[in-house]
Design a protein around this ligand. Structure first.
Ligand code: CDP
Length: 262
């Protein structure tokens, strides 16, 4: 969050540099079950962010001393690909990735019924392929969908959004330029069913009133994104019988094709 103010982020019509209104989200697309070897997976595109998440478990926690006899442990690993940002990102965990992994893991843990799986670990790999601000929330939002895809029982799918301050205005879902040259960034994640706040951070400065405004904006957006999560799951799991039928038909047609050759 830099305080450089000679870059104009809002034009005379009140539009942001990518053409959005103050309370407008970037386009979001979620896909479920994109990896065959993971127990659950999801891919999210959120503005310029592209993130893939793989979930493994619950499985016996290893090494053994990490096991908790009364509940599952949740290991989240947030990682940025070297090519995900303008300047090559040096591979491996840095302070930022360690922080983000920790807060995402803690958020997920508060939604998962961890007591149902003693001595196990649930491993969540968040790989950022392309970053454009808001990756922690986009990663967490996709991770929840991947956990649901893995069939892990939860209170609800966690969802979130960031809001912040740009050229003195409170705006929703900051992009990279707004994050870099704006005055504040406040990522928020909630459990929609219980309305619990499971992640809340602030970079920069806001008045109490502005802070309230930012939270309200993000919460509203989060509920909208919550529906996108559900739609993505439904798209994978609805009408599986029909999909099977289609596969059978295709197989039959292929067989006929073979017959013709003979
Ligand atoms: O991504 P998020 O907003 O959750 O976290 P951030 O620490 O506020 O980072 C904002 C953005 O800065 C990231 O999404 C990346 O686009 C960018 N960034 C970068 O270009 N190089 C890094 N080493 C880290 C972040």
């Amino acid at each position: 969050m830099s305080m450089v103010s000679n870059i104009k982020l809002i034009d005379e019509n009140g539009l942001r540099i990518d053409g959005r209104k103050f309370n407008e989200l970037r386009p979001i697309k979620i896909e479920v079950g994109v990896l065959n070897r993971a127990d659950g997976s999801a891919y999210i595109e959120w503005g310029g962010n592209k993130i893939i998440v793989a979930v493994y478990g619950p499985r016996e926690a290893f090494p053994k001393h990490t096991q908790n006899p009364s509940r599952a442990i949740v290991n989240a690993r947030y990682n940025m690909a070297a090519f995900s940002v303008d300047e090559r990102k040096r591979p491996g965990p840095d302070r930022r990735a360690i922080e983000i992994s920790k807060i995402i893991g803690e958020a997920l843990e508060s939604a998962i019924f961890v007591e149902q799986y003693p001595r196990t670990s649930i491993d969540v790999y968040i790989e950022v392929l392309q970053a454009d601000a808001g990756t922690r929330i986009a990663g967490l939002t996709a991770a929840s969908v991947a956990l649901a895809d893995a069939g892990i029982p939860m209170k609800d799918m966690i969802v979130g959004c960031a809001s912040g301050k740009v050229d003195g205005n409170i705006v929703l879902d900051l992009n990279k330029e707004e994050d870099n040259y704006g005055q504040a960034d406040v990522p928020l994640a909630i459990i929609p069913r219980t309305q619990e706040v499971v992640l809340l951070q602030m970079d920069g400065n806001l008045t109490r009133e502005e802070f309230g405004q930012a939270i309200e904006m993000s919460k509203k957006a989060a509920l909208f994104i919550s529906n996108l999560q559900k739609e993505a799951l439904l798209a994978k799991y609805s009408r599986p019988e029909e999909k099977e039928e289609v596969k059978e038909e295709e197989a039959e047609q292929e067989n006929h094709g073979d017959d013709n050759h003979e």
